[in-house]
Design a protein around this ligand. Structure first.
Ligand code: CTP
Ligand code: CA
Length: 217
């Protein structure tokens, strides 16, 4: 077939994306969360759809509109995000953009906790690492991680890529990119580091999707 008839670099591929923060309840009206607007995950979902993929976006709480053509599954906690991701597998590509809370409150209170004058001690337990779990499966998709670091980006990013056994990890320096419309990204893969200079997140997402597609082919 002529390449003129190909609809996009990800045509026929299933792409699963996590985006936004997670929210871990302390009681019915309070919780722990991470800083994440969801903009990068949503931009990637849009770019993957434009590239012809079937896209599922598992999203923590955000104020954003679902991109056209994208199927969105809403979740709150890391535990719910993990369950939704496992239900949506298999996929060809998994892009973990979500800022997943590393800890949750061991036992959320069923009623609003009343202040008592003194302090409050919460017991936190570790959340599952969704990306590491997906990457370790025998039917693992092509897995892409995101890492927002506040210092020594290359060192932390390469360590994370090795630990989670990822072909590709995208690094950025927080807090510059948090909530912003633009981002400077660095892609870490077996070929080394590749810098994407500061640009609009949709433009970055499109470049990243092209990069991922080149890895698949
Ligand atoms: N991630 C995940 N599940 C978690 C924690 C992180 O899927 N419970 C994913 C994120 O979506 C991101 C990548 O792992 O793609 C890196 O997240 P990050 O928080 O930077 O790494 P951690 O391994 O949690 O290390 P730390 O927070 O200590 O830097
Ligand atoms: Ca973390």
């Amino acid at each position: 077939l002529s390449p003129l008839f190909t609809t996009g670099v990800l045509a026929g591929r299933r792409v699963l994306i996590t985006g936004g923060p997670t929210y871990e309840a302390i009681d019915p009206v309070r919780g722990l969360t991470n800083r994440s607007s969801g903009k990068m995950g949503y931009a990637l979902a849009r770019a993957a759809h434009e590239a012809g993929a079937e896209v599922c976006l598992v999203s923590g709480p955000t104020c954003l509109t679902t991109p056209a053509g994208v199927r969105r599954v809403d979740v709150q906690s890391a535990t719910e995000m993990r369950e939704a991701v496992l239900r949506e597998l298999p996929a060809n590509v998994f892009i973990a953009v979500a800022a997943v809370a590393d800890y949750r409150v061991e036992a959320a209170a069923p009623q609003k906790i009343k202040k008592s004058g003194g302090g409050l001690t919460l017991t936190l337990v570790a959340n599952p690492d969704i990306l590491a779990e997906v990457a370790a499966r025998p039917d693992a998709p092509f897995c892409v991680g995101f890492a927002a670091e506040t210092e020594r980006l290359a060192e932390h990013a390469e360590a994370k890529r090795r630990q989670k056994k990822l072909p590709l990890l995208v690094g950025n320096l927080a807090p510059d990119t948090l909530g912003a419309d633009a981002a400077e990204l660095v892609l870490f893969d077996d070929d080394g580091a590749h810098r994407l200079p500061r640009a609009d997140k949709l433009e970055q997402a499109r470049a990243l999707i092209r990069h991922i597609a080149s890895h698949l082919n």
